[in-house]
Write a protein that binds this ligand. Structure first.
Ligand SMILES: [Zn+2]
Length: 266
């Protein structure tokens, strides 16, 4: 019995010491404590109001994420991406990482701000990191996504949508919010399947007649795209909604698609 116990203790301590993320886990814990302390500040002190006049309201909760931003990692394995996200030098992170075998790594509390969106814009929203959950999907950028990966992703999205009441329209890609700067997730990403499951919208252009005065670029803007650089916006739109077409021009079918999407995203 004693021998078995010693063996178990050996296994536990040994597995701990071989955890390659031991140091970064410690950093996470320390950093989370700093923010917990900030939230617990009492009474509140700032440069404008006098803390003598502090009155704590009884009615509040935590701010919630309202968007989900999907990415491909553009790396060669989940291990490589985990290393990137646990290295201070990289200055990038995400809340979740979905591996090819369907494993989902949770890297950051959903209420905290990951560094995933960068310089981006969707509608009038600019600080997307403050508004969103970032999900990275293990993919080198040029290959299809695996079935276990998409199944795990759909389960994760379902939980997030319910937990934070995220609107159907607010499941978007990194390329959508950063036209000309980002091209992820790549054109193999099954946006239509996601829309069929309630994450983002899709379209049906059969029998659709577009009015002659319809402005396709304005429709792109209504959907959410930053149209400052029109060609870049069109490219991001096609990557998401017309994946077989890599041109940067709007044709008649695109006009029909945008006419339909504008009604759903407005
Ligand atoms: Zn990205």
């Amino acid at each position: 019995m004693k021998r078995i116990l010693i063996f178990i203790i050996f296994v536990i301590t040994n597995s701990c010491s071989t955890n390659p993320y031991k140091t970064s886990n410690k950093t996470y814990k320390k950093q989370a404590k700093v923010y917990a302390k900030l939230l617990a500040e009492y009474p509140l002190k700032d440069s404008v109001t006098n803390s003598d006049y502090f009155v704590g309201t009884t009615n509040f909760n935590l701010r919630k994420p309202n968007f989900v931003i999907l990415h491909h990692t553009a790396q060669n394995s989940c291990e490589q991406t985990l290393a990137t996200f646990t290295t201070v030098k990289s200055q990038v992170s995400a809340h979740y990482l979905v591996c090819k075998d369907g494993t989902v790594h949770h890297l950051l509390n959903d209420y905290l701000r990951a560094w995933q969106a960068g310089l981006s814009k969707w509608g009038n929203a600019t600080d997307i990191n403050s508004l969103s959950i970032g999900i990275e999907i293990d993919n080198n950028g040029f290959e299809p996504f695996t079935e276990p990966q998409i199944n795990s992703l759909l389960q994760l999205l379902d939980r997030l949508k319910k937990a934070y009441n995220i609107p159907t329209a607010n499941f978007i890609g990194h390329a959508d919010i950063a036209p000309g700067r980002k091209v992820d997730p790549n054109r193999y990403f099954p946006w239509q399947k996601l829309a069929e499951n309630g994450f983002g919208f899709w379209y049906d252009t059969s029998g659709v007649a577009v009015p002659t005065n319809f402005d396709a670029m304005q429709a792109l803007r209504v959907v959410g795209y930053d149209i400052t650089k029109p060609e870049a916006a069109i490219q991001s739109f096609k990557l998401h909604f017309v994946q077989a077409d890599s041109t940067k021009t709007i044709n008649d079918e695109d006009r029909r698609i945008l006419f339909e999407l504008e009604k759903k995203y407005q």
